[in-house]
Design a protein around this ligand. Structure first.
Ligand code: CA
Length: 543
């Protein structure tokens, strides 16, 4: 039996697309032969079928560097609001905001007031507008929740320090006199991870595992937990849809169970407010430990093992061995659900603490590998996270500032909206260009990522399905992953090598049709005699 995807259709649509492509290539026909035009033909029938649950495609925004509305070059909430249509059109239906509360630092992870907005970012009214504008577009908004430490400038800490420095030598702490002393971990002997309390002549030390500007709070204190519950309620009342819990492994240093217990109390409270509130934890550690955090009743924990330059995705692309990625999909989800049956996987590839993927790959196929990595990450089951600017292949590594640079709306750094206040510590060559450059380029990473998200949003089998590696149907560089959801099955064929790979469909199912594809080159796909050829660095989905 011979089934060939209609070449006539492809020819007709190709001609139709010539008129609306706009790039600088001389030959109109050549300019049409882009990966995007090819994908538009193959994916043309796909319709949006996103579900209104916690399985989303979530865009991580660093407000400081995203979009500036008032000309000071620091991004702000009104700037973000002006770009919600961009995020919506990209296909994302969730936003995770890095901290927006008042803080002396640019990154704002050391908070001085948990119930306000940093003045550089705007006001609580602006935030309320943001919530409404997000909800008008069907976008859920999650805030960063920093419960491990405050700023050393936080009034709680300042009052505690003032009280301790007022004590006479040998005088006992009176917790009634200053309740904030119990908000932190004070001791009287020097210890690793502690710093001297200013003004106490080394009579007291406070726990600060990250830096001295970030004193660790005492989560054993019921009063502290009540404060954080109250803070969670404050933002819930403003309309937020969830919380990304910062640094949960540091709640109790080297005591995972104690950290989990704190999260249990928090999750019980939050889900008691509203079971639809989403909680995802940042447990930056190995899977056998981060899985355990789900025991607390939080919805998700980030799947670190697939992320970064050493994770399963990048490793598969750098070695051309597809099983490196595929064989971990099922065990990874099973690992999470062993602790919580309702766990929602939270795949991500990069975040504000990691090097950007634009720099993970070198050589002839660097750009194709960069694109393909996103096809692998964004078709994973769960609530999938995309760090701003990754859709442009922005680069940045080394010092944190380099990973958090201004979103490249256009090439002119002086243009309105460019949030360039944060300076990089080295030159960054964003060789794939700005959004403006990439939008009309059918071979850009931007158009590729957008098309991948369109595929993701077209079927809950992709976003929700159970994924199993079909090893017997795979080749070395092309893995077959079966996904199933509500009795519907699809097969995702990921080719992580440069050569096209022929997959024997009889090892998968009898008759198959092409559902969709994410291609890094113009390709014509066909199914012939129960075999399909998957182009290099491409994802082809059959059903
Ligand atoms: Ca601004």
């Amino acid at each position: 039996m011979k089934k060939i995807i209609s070449l006539t259709l492809i020819t007709t649509l190709s001609l139709g697309l010539v008129a609306c492509t706009s790039n600088n290539q001389k030959d109109a026909n050549a300019s049409d032969a882009t990966a995007l035009s090819s994908m538009r033909i193959i994916n043309g029938h796909l319709e949006d079928s996103t579900t209104d649950d916690k399985y989303r495609t979530t865009y991580e925004v660093f407000v400081y560097s995203f979009c500036d509305s008032d000309g000071d070059r620091v991004g702000d909430i009104n700037g973000l609001i002006s770009k919600l249509d961009y995020i919506d059109e990209l296909g994302c239906n969730g936003i995770w905001l890095m901290p927006v509360m008042p803080s002396p630092s640019y990154h704002k992870y050391d908070i001085t007031d948990y119930k306000n907005i940093d003045s550089a970012y705007g006001t609580l009214d602006d935030f309320s507008n943001l919530v409404n504008e997000c909800h008008d577009r069907g976008i859920d908004l999650y805030i960063d929740f920093v419960m491990n430490h405050t700023s050393s400038q936080h009034p709680w800490f300042k009052e505690a320090v003032e009280y301790l420095s007022s004590l006479e030598e040998g005088q006992d702490i009176d917790y009634e006199a200053c309740k904030y002393v119990q908000y932190y971990n004070f001791i009287t002997e020097p210890k690793n991870g502690y710093a001297p309390v200013p003004g106490t002549d080394n009579r007291f030390y406070y726990e600060c595992r990250f830096v001295s500007e970030m004193p660790d709070v005492n989560l054993d204190s019921a009063a502290v937990m009540d404060e954080y519950k109250d803070i969670a309620k404050f933002w819930y009342d403003l309309g937020v849809d969830g919380y990304r819990m910062d640094a949960v492994t540091s709640y109790y240093t080297e005591d995972t169970q104690a950290s989990i217990n704190v999260l249990s109390e928090f999750a019980e409270y939050v889900h008691g407010l509203d079971p639809n509130l989403y909680i995802v934890t940042e447990a930056w550690t190995a899977a056998d430990t981060y899985d355990r955090y789900l025991e607390s009743g939080v919805d998700s924990t980030f799947e670190f093992e697939f992320s970064q330059a050493e994770g399963y995705i990048a490793k598969a692309l750098n070695t051309g061995k597809a099983s490196t990625y595929a064989k971990h999909l099922d065990p990874s989800v099973k690992g999470l659900r062993a602790y919580n049956e309702a766990a929602i996987p939270a795949p991500f590839y990069t975040n504000h603490d990691t090097a950007r993927t634009g720099g993970y790959y070198t050589g002839e196929f660097a750009t194709q590998k960069a694109k393909m990595g996103w096809a692998m990450s964004l078709t994973m089951t769960g609530n999938s996270f995309l760090y701003y600017g990754e859709e442009l292949g922005m680069r940045g590594s080394g010092d944190d500032e380099n990973k958090r640079q201004a979103f490249l709306w256009c090439d002119d750094t002086n243009a309105k909206g460019m949030a360039t206040a944060l300076k990089a510590t080295k030159n960054i060559d964003n060789r794939l260009g700005s959004l403006k450059q990439q939008q009309d380029d059918g071979d850009s990473i931007y158009n590729f990522v957008k098309e991948v998200i369109r595929i993701r949003n077209s079927s809950p089998v992709i976003s929700h399905g159970e994924a199993v590696f079909v090893e017997e149907a795979s080749t070395d560089s092309c893995c077959v992953v079966e996904k199933e959801y509500q009795d519907k099955k699809m097969w995702l064929l990921y080719n992580v090598g440069a050569e096209s790979q022929t997959i024997d469909l009889s090892k998968i199912k009898g008759e198959a049709t092409i559902y969709g594809a994410a291609l890094t080159n113009y390709s014509v796909l066909s199914i012939e005699d129960d075999a399909i050829s998957v182009p290099g660095y491409s994802l082809v989905i059959i059903e």
